[in-house]
Structure formats: structure tokens, C-alpha cells
Design a protein around this ligand. Structure first.
Ligand SMILES: [Zn+2]
Length: 485
């Protein structure tokens, strides 16, 4: 549902909630369409294409939240669900032990935001998508030693109409496109995979076309074979150059989750635990070296969490999290912003569907490029000995986001300032602030790339959300490298 009908539904829901006694109410009519194509070897493994639509109503009564949702959008259901949300809030208020929920102020907005797009991926025929994947597989499978090929295309469109009792009325239309390929080389009692997954972005089918999967297929196949025959990595303190395709996950886990204010405050601990970056350390914690600047870029078009407005009805913004190495900010929503003395939310509150209550979600936390001219080629040339890592692998991190271990997809030795062959089975281990303090070079903006994830889980019941963690290649000195088991 979209357009005038959706606007009438959200206005009716908030008005019913207000009349039923809510101190605040908002309503979202959301339609989500997901198309997913998976290919394996010379066949299509699965095609799914589904749509879901419904209304979620969230209310505050007596300082407590209530939420209810319905998929049947006739007037009687809208009225009923709004009254249910108020009844839930009344029940919650009668049991409330903590301080009342207080929302940071936000002016009312009447606006419309849509992801800029050149081509609607849902209009591109399935046959064309299938042909693309299978021809890419053919190229990978022609490489001697490659015995398996996999790939995916994923498209998501979310249209949302939002209203609240403060006078906001918003229409948001977000389109996301992603793709990736993977080759597997099989040896005696061993197999190694190599992948190419370009940054998933908010945009249309042009994201897939610019990714040029066909142009990378032969290289990915050849690197899978090289990886299979590569020696295991040397161990010990090692200088690492981490590419944006790898660094996004390290940023996500050690900075993004650690600076979600609900986690910092102990309001949210399921799945990803608490945080060492506590409120008393705001403004003083040396998170990284003076080169390290993390900025949330939710106002930048194309990035995964850039939605124009969040599910609190707050304008998406850009703000500093770490400035010149010092912790200076958190991600917030309207509920948590007052706890850090902020007058306004940063606008980072989202629900993953119409039937989930909005929660604080990680924004596009990005490592800003270095201010000095520095290309990746120059960075490699000025690194005597080290290892370069591309792509993400497995990882683990403790419940305070401090002690971590990351693998990767591919590893190259650097010897006398030159790449000198692949190694394999590498993992590096570090403590978050020590790791970011060991960063002594970050490439300039010409090397910056907006990698990100579409499967960040948070909350209970778990909600999946997407965000970009962009960066330029960066160097970290004397990081503890071990062989992965
Ligand atoms: Zn996550």
C-alpha cells in the first residue's frame, strides 16, 4: 500500500491512538519486496520473490511503550490495532520500574524521500539476471582447478508511509541492490573459496552493472586455485594493510556496535553484548591514533542506512563518532539521545518490518579517508614487510567489543614493498583501542569504498538491518597474526 491510501491509514491510526489516551503515537504502513536469485555451477539454485505489507503502530503512555501490528488494512483493523497498541502501553506503564521514556524533540516533517536510481531491478527480466550469473559461472569453471561456482543477486525495495501525533507525514522509498560471485578450488582433502562481493548499495540495477561481475570472474577463479596451493601464513606481530572489502566488518564489530548508545547504556545486550566505550569516557577515550576519524554518514545518498528519515521521524544526519582518535559521539534515537545530554536524536532508529517495533540501529559508521595524498600502490610500496587482506571471513569478539579476532577472504605477503604471493589460513587478534591506535596510514579519498552489510542482527526478537561501513585501505602496525585452526 502506497500513496493517499497509506497516508489515510497512518493518519487514522495515530488519531485513534491519541483519542484512546496515548501521549505520543506513530504509525508506519510498510511494503517490502525482496527478490533473491542464487546460482550454483550450471544451474539456478533458487529464485525467491516475495512481498509483505502491513501497519505497525507504536505509542507512549505513562512513559512506557506499546506496539501492535496488522497486515489487514481495512478501517476496522486499523482502529483495532491502534487501540491494542495503547492497551499494551497502559499495561507496560502499570509495571514500569525505570524512569519514564522521554523523547528528544524533533520538529514535524512533511516530506518525501526516494533512493536515487537509474534502473528498477524488479523491471529487469529474470532471464537477463539468470543469463548474467550462468555466463559468469562458465568463465569461473573454465579456470583449471575450479570445480564449483556460486553467485547471487539480491534486490530489496521498502516503501513506507509514516505519521506521528506531532504532525509528521513522510513517504520513504528505499531501493537496495547487491551481488556477488564465488569460486571454489578443490584439492586432495582440501578446498578453498575466493569471492568477489562489490559494495551493496542503495540504488537500482546499475549497482549490478557497474560491479562488472563478468570482468572479475576469471581473476576470482584463478585466485581460488592460487589460495588452495598457497603456504599457510607466517605467525607473529605483522604490519597489515586492510582493504575496504575487509575493513568494513572490523569497523562494524569494533566501532559500530560499540557506539550504539542503547548498548552503551545497558538497555540492549542480546546478540552483541555491551560496550567498553561507556558514557563517562565520552570526550576522553583514545579510540584510535590521531589519523582515525569515524563519522556516521546517514545523509549520504547510496549508503545502506541513508533513508532520508528514520522510524522516529527524524531527519537522517551525518555526525562524528571518533574525531582525531577520540570518542566524541554515539548513534542515538529519540529515546536514548537525552541520556547523553543531546537535544536531538541523530536519526538512527529503524524497524526491519511493519510488524517490529523500531529500535536503535547502527548507522553508516565510516572510517574517513586520510587527508594526505596516498594511493594503495604507494602504501604497499612504503611497507617493507607485511600482509594485505581482502574480503571478510569469520570473526569473534567479546561481550564488551574489546578482544577480537578476524579472518579474511584472501591474504598476500608484502616483501620489500611489493606483493609477493598469497598465503592462507590467517587470523589476526587485537584489543579494539590498541588496534585502532596502531593505525599509522590511511589512503586518500580516491581509494575510499562504501562496503557494508545487509545482515546485521539485533534485538529480541531479532531484527535484520543494513548499513555501510566505508573506508580507504589502511595500515596497522605490529598486529598479532596467527594461523587459523
Ligand atoms: Zn551487526
Amino acid at each position: 500500500m502506497w500513496g493517499d491510501q497509506a497516508k489515510e491509514a497512518v493518519k487514522a491510526a495515530t488519531e485513534t491512538a491519541r483519542r484512546a489516551g496515548a501521549d505520543y503515537a506513530d504509525a508506519r504502513v510498510v511494503t517490502i519486496r525482496n527478490q533473491h536469485i542464487l546460482a550454483e555451477d550450471r544451474r539456478i539454485e533458487r529464485i525467491s520473490d516475495g512481498e509483505s505489507c502491513g501497519l505497525g503502530v507504536r505509542v507512549l503512555f505513562g512513559g512506557a511503550w506499546g506496539f501492535a501490528a496488522v497486515s489487514d488494512l481495512v478501517p476496522a483493523s486499523i482502529e483495532l490495532v491502534a487501540r491494542q497498541a495503547v492497551a499494551v502501553a497502559r499495561a507496560s506503564a502499570s509495571l514500569r520500574k525505570g524512569p519514564p521514556v522521554r523523547l528528544a524533540d524533533e520538529p514535524p516533517h512533511r516530506d518525501r524521500h526516494a533512493t536515487p536510481r537509474e534502473a528498477d531491478p524488479f523491471e529487469v527480466p529474470i532471464e537477463r539476471k539468470v543469463d548474467l550469473l550462468l555466463s559468469v559461472h562458465e568463465t569461473m569453471l573454465q579456470v583449471a582447478g575450479v570445480s564449483k561456482a556460486n553467485s547471487f543477486l539480491r534486490f530489496r525495495r521498502e516503501t513506507k508511509t509514516f505519521a506521528n501525533t506531532e504532525g509528521s507525514l513522510l513517504e520513504v522509498d528505499i531501493l537496495t541492490s547487491a551481488c556477488g560471485i564465488r569460486a571454489t578450488a578443490v584439492g586432495t582433502g582440501d578446498a578453498q573459496m575466493r569471492k568477489y562481493e562489490p559494495p551493496p548499495l542503495n540504488g537500482g540495477y546499475e549497482v549490478v552493472e557497474r560491479a562488472n561481475l563478468a570482468g572479475h570472474a576469471r581473476r576470482v577463479g584463478a585466485e581460488a586455485v592460487e589460495k588452495l596451493h598457497a603456504p599457510v601464513c607466517p605467525e607473529g606481530p605483522t604490519d597489515l594493510i586492510l582493504l575496504p572489502s575487509h575493513l568494513f566488518l572490523t569497523i562494524h564489530e569494533s566501532v559500530g556496535h560499540a557506539t550504539e548508545l542503547d548498548r552503551v547504556l545497558g538497555m540492549e545486550e542480546s546478540l552483541s553484548g555491551g560496550s567498553f566505550a561507556t558514557l563517562d569516557r565520552l570526550g576522553t577515550l583514545r579510540y584510535g591514533s590521531p589519523l582515525v576519524n569515524f563519522r556516521a554518514l546517514n545523509a549520504q545518498p547510496g549508503l545502506l542506512a541513508s533513508t532520508g528519515y528514520d522510524d522516529d521521524g527524524v531527519t537522517c544526519q551525518d555526525w562524528d563518532i571518533v574525531r582525531d582518535g577520540i570518542l566524541v559521539g554515539y548513534s542515538t534515537n529519540r529515546e536514548t539521545a537525552p541520556a547523553m545530554g543531546a537535544l536531538r536524536s541523530c536519526g538512527s532508529c529503524h524497524a526491519d518490518s511493519w510488524d517490529r517495533i523500531p529500535i536503535l540501529r547502527m548507522p553508516n559508521v565510516c572510517l574517513m579517508p586520510g587527508r594526505e595524498r596516498l594511493s594503495l600502490a604507494d602504501l604497499i610500496a612504503e611497507t617493507r614487510e607485511g600482509i594485505l587482506i581482502d574480503g571478510d571471513g569469520s570473526f569473534s569478539i567479546d561481550q564488551k567489543r574489546l578482544n577480537f579476532q578476524f579472518g579474511g577472504d584472501a591474504f598476500w605477503l608484502i616483501h620489500n614493498g611489493k606483493l609477493s604471493g598469497m598465503v592462507r589460513d590467517l587470523t589476526y587478534q587485537a584489543i579494539t583501542p590498541e588496534f585502532w591506535n596502531s593505525c599509522d596510514a590511511i589512503c586518500d579519498e580516491t581509494e575510499w569504498q562504501p562496503y557494508g552489510t545487509q545482515n546485521c542482527g539485533k534485538g529480541d526478537p531479532m531484527q535484520i538491518y543494513q548499513m555501510t561501513q566505508g573506508s580507504a585501505p589502511a595500515r596497522f602496525r605490529k598486529v598479532n597474526v596467527r594461523r587459523a585452526e
